[in-house]
Design a protein around this ligand. Structure first.
Ligand code: DP6
Length: 353
């Protein structure tokens, strides 16, 4: 844990405390894939925070002799989630010993169907970390200022890398870059430069191809990048894509932004397919949808591009100006191929409830 968190001190919880937060999911346009040590990204990434795909979490902390964690997810006890959170809390307690003397009751739900193929780990971890930090702030009588969000992002990163970007709304970056000295490896930062209005309220239609659980977790995938023969080339490509993407976002040029978004998705999956223990998360329908989007783009001449995270589902990215046309197209042409479509868009970031 770094000084930004340890400087919060060693308070003891002596009364029951409660916090409730809603945190959004995010979709990476430049992918974080590969890490060094304790969740330090191998390259800078950039994501769009969503507005409708959210996790809502309540955390109840009670003083106790020992650490105990229960996790109720969508009305049901979830021992696996409880165990994951306990592991995370045990890790944090190396620095924050007071965490060992608390009973944690976590109650969480998603506004999108569970396992519907959207990574809920980012929103879920961000919502939990906001609650935990909120309680630590209550214990220390601190105001929830700018530093609160930096710390929440830092804490979320330790739980799950991509979660650190869910602490802010809009376009969010994470990872050191020569473009801006304030961009950090340890927490995310909202993109500071002026974004062209063309990209000011991006849309994301999520085409759910499969809601099955992934055979290989992202954590495992990141691990395999450590021994990947192409990893250093991939990290250089991501750095260069990151810089080009920011340029494109600034000048409002889809002919720069669109191809980079698609190349990032395909590179991510190419890494999986070429890793020493290769695997494929894409499904035949994913490829069918990619062709469909490309064909539609050529025919309509509209700026409609796809990206994909570590799964088979397609995120269709387009500007607000073409929302109605794209939605009609997806309803007619994509709907028969998918389990569900979630029409999402840029969101404002987490909210205290
Ligand atoms: C493909 O953040 O889920 O979505 O840090 O191990 O929890 P951990 O991994 P995670 O990886 C996300 C990978 C990605 C790309 C991205 O969101 O940047």
């Amino acid at each position: 844990m770094s000084s930004i968190l340890s400087s919060l001190g060693q308070t003891v919880l002596n009364i029951e405390a409660r916090a409730k937060w809603q945190a959004p999911s995010n979709i990476a346009l430049i992918k974080y894939w590969g890490k060094i040590g304790p969740q330090i990204p191998a390259n800078p990434s950039l994501s769009l925070t969503l507005s409708r795909s959210l996790s809502e979490t309540t955390l109840l902390c009670t003083p106790s002799d020992k650490m105990e964690v229960s996790f109720e997810f969508e009305g049901k006890n979830h021992p696996k989630f409880a165990q994951k959170m306990e592991q995370f809390l045990v890790g944090l307690s190396a620095e924050w010993a007071f965490l060992k003397k608390i009973k944690y009751n976590i109650i969480s739900k998603n506004t999108f169907p569970h396992s519907a193929g959207i990574a809920s780990s980012a929103s879920g971890m961000a919502a939990f970390c906001l609650c935990l930090l909120d309680i630590i702030y209550q214990m220390n009588n601190l105001p929830k200022d700018e530093l609160f969000y930096i710390r929440a992002s830092h804490l979320s990163r330790l739980g799950s890398g991509s979660a650190c970007r869910s602490i802010y709304g809009g376009l969010v970056e994470w990872g050191q870059s020569p473009l801006d000295q304030s961009y950090s490896d340890t927490h995310a930062t909202p993109v500071k430069m002026a974004i062209h209005p063309e990209f000011s309220h991006l849309q994301d239609a999520i085409l759910i191809v499969s809601s099955e659980e992934k055979p290989i977790s992202s954590r495992e995938g990141h691990g395999r990048m450590g021994v990947h023969p192409y990893s250093s080339v991939r990290f250089s490509q991501a750095k260069s894509n990151f810089e080009q993407l920011l340029k494109g976002l600034k000048i409002g040029d889809w002919s720069i932004v669109g191809p980079i978004i698609e190349s990032e998705a395909l590179s991510l999956h190419a890494m999986m397919m070429t890793s020493p223990e290769p695997y494929i998360l894409l499904k035949p329908k994913t490829l069918e949808l990619i062709q469909l989007i490309k064909h539609f783009r050529e025919e309509s001449q509209l700026p409609v591009y796809f990206t994909i995270d570590a799964g088979p589902n397609l995120h269709v990215i387009y500007p607000e100006s073409v929302k109605a046309k794209v939605q009609t197209f997806l309803e007619n042409e994509a709907r028969p191929l998918v389990e569900a479509i979630i029409f999402d868009e840029e969101g404002h970031g987490p909210q205290v409830c």
